[in-house]
Ligand binder design. Structure first.
Ligand SMILES: *Cc1c(COP(=O)(O)O)cnc(C)c1O
Length: 472
């Protein structure tokens, strides 16, 4: 295949894409294949001879598509959303064919300069003050790792990269149990060690860490001669949407000279709506804030917006400048690879530019507001049903519930089999979590093509399948 044939197949894919999206509601949301089934359909050995594109595409439909879970399905209510809107997909198509590698300013000045401007747009859109600068990371996990490394270096007087941690003091990082597992991994990878991630008790499943307990833990560590380095707070935790009191946390952090990272990977997108900003009030005093436009803002995976009050601290931790990467004679330019862990970078800012222009903030806000309203309405309907109980009230568009029919008994096993039965049915897709050692079913509304009717369908499917489970 060559570029002459490209338009034919490019058009084929565009047509296929429109058809795919138009028929999504008729497909089961979660893939219904068994483990190993897709792999078994692929030959054991690589082909010696090239094949024609029509053969490859027909195998794609036959072999690959049955094994896809449809994240763009309007009745995807599992995990968090991963919206890929049409303007974003078009931008990614352009990026794929230009394929620039955007590690330095000079390796594509447009990528760097659009990134700077898009981060300024997003900063204003979510209401962060002007002293924050942003960078696009591949994922929130990378942003959190970069923040933890910065905490480490700052606490060690910028000596950790040189000297290692062998003779360093015992670094301590504080977080609640509600933070994402990417925090645990950042603690492992940074060499700080899981034993030094101090879990601060929470004040209930939705409220974050207890500020008095945080203050106490820091005081105890200081007395023991440990080195408190930073705090990781969350706005919209993954399990139930728990939110730390960012104002209280940053006040304590400032008093002890600690670095604060706020993980708002999912909930941050909602901050384009003024009325939700109470959830993270005090965020303007954090040092580092991450949210994922690839979740609830329509810029497809991967695109993680990382804001820093002092980007110099991050660059001091991560920048490395061998001669072959220097940019001579261009004056002050930003080389974003000095702000992130991988050297190579995709042109991720282009899809943000397309999405923000195509929808405008008004279009994005309207979707988020609908999702929040529909989620609240669904939670009200389920709580009015005698066999269901709301475990955690909606935080934005995420809530958890439990099936507890009178007579049939209320058990973890019953709730897990309900989730399985719903996902085998395929009309909607949900996942479970564990709250205070009990299983709860987790539901979020956030796919951009979801309509009110899809949320009504969720109610019908949940109650119908639950009824069938206990009648059997
Ligand atoms: C989704 C999520 C993450 C992980 O995001 P990635 O971009 O996949 O690394 C981290 N924290 C929270 C709160 C999340 O919701």
């Amino acid at each position: 295949m060559n570029w002459q044939d490209f338009p034919k197949w490019g058009r084929w894919i565009s047509d296929w894409a429109a058809q795919y999206h138009a028929t999504l509601r008729s497909r089961p949301v979660r893939a219904q294949t068994k483990p190993g089934q897709i792999a078994a359909a692929l030959p054991d050995q690589p082909p010696e001879e090239g094949a024609a594109m029509d053969r490859i595409l027909s195998d794609f439909e036959k072999i690959i598509m049955p094994g896809i879970t449809h994240w763009q399905h309007p009745r995807f209510f599992a995990y968090f959303p991963a919206n890929a809107t049409p303007p974003s997909a078009l931008a990614e198509f352009l990026t794929a064919v230009i394929a620039p590698q955007c590690m330095l300013w000079q390796t594509s000045p447009a990528a760097t300069e659009v990134e700077t401007r898009m981060m300024e747009w997003l900063r204003q859109a979510i209401g962060l003050p002007g002293e924050f600068s942003g960078v696009i990371q591949d994922s929130a996990s990378s942003a959190t790792l970069a923040a933890v490394l910065t905490m480490r270096e700052r606490a060690l007087g910028w000596q950790g990269n040189d000297k290692g941690l062998n003779n360093a003091g015992r670094l301590r990082i504080y977080a609640s149990r509600e933070v994402h597992t990417s925090v645990d991994r950042a603690i492992w990878i940074s060499g700080i060690g899981a034993e030094n991630l101090v879990r601060i008790p929470v004040q209930g499943a939705l409220r974050g860490m207890d500020p008095r307990a945080l203050e106490q833990a820091i005081a105890t560590d200081l007395e023991a001669g440990f080195l408190p380095a930073g705090i990781i707070a969350c706005t919209g935790g993954t399990s139930t949407g728990a939110c730390d009191d960012i104002a209280a946390v940053t006040e304590i952090a400032e008093r002890h000279g600690l670095y604060t990272h706020v993980d708002a990977a999912w909930a941050g997108a909602a901050m384009i709506c003024d009325e939700f900003r109470d959830l993270w009030s005090g965020v303007e005093r954090a040092d580092s804030v991450v949210f994922n436009p690839h979740k609830w803002m329509g810029a497809q995976f991967d695109c993680s917006a990382h804001f820093l009050r002092a980007p110099g601290d991050l660059a001091r931790t991560l920048a490395i400048k061998p001669e072959y990467l220097k940019t001579h004679g261009q004056g002050p330019v930003i080389n974003y690879s000095e702000w992130s862990i991988p050297l190579g970078r995709r042109f991720r800012a282009l899809k943000l530019w397309f999405v923000l222009r195509a929808y405008g903030l008004q279009g994005l806000r309207a979707r988020i507001r609908d999702h929040v309203a529909w989620s609240h309405a669904l939670a009200r309907r389920l709580s009015a049903h005698p066999d269901f109980q709301i475990v955690t009230a909606p935080v934005l568009s995420l809530f958890t519930f439990r099936y507890c029919p009178a007579g049939a008994g209320d058990s973890d096993a019953l709730n897990l089999s309900l989730v399985e039965a719903i996902n085998d049915d395929g009309r909607i897709y949900l996942t479970q979590t564990r709250i205070d050692d009990q299983v709860a079913i987790r539901l979020q509304v956030g796919q951009f093509d979801t309509e009110a009717g899809d949320v009504d369908t969720a109610f019908d499917v949940i109650t119908e399948i639950a009824g069938r489970l206990t009648a059997a």
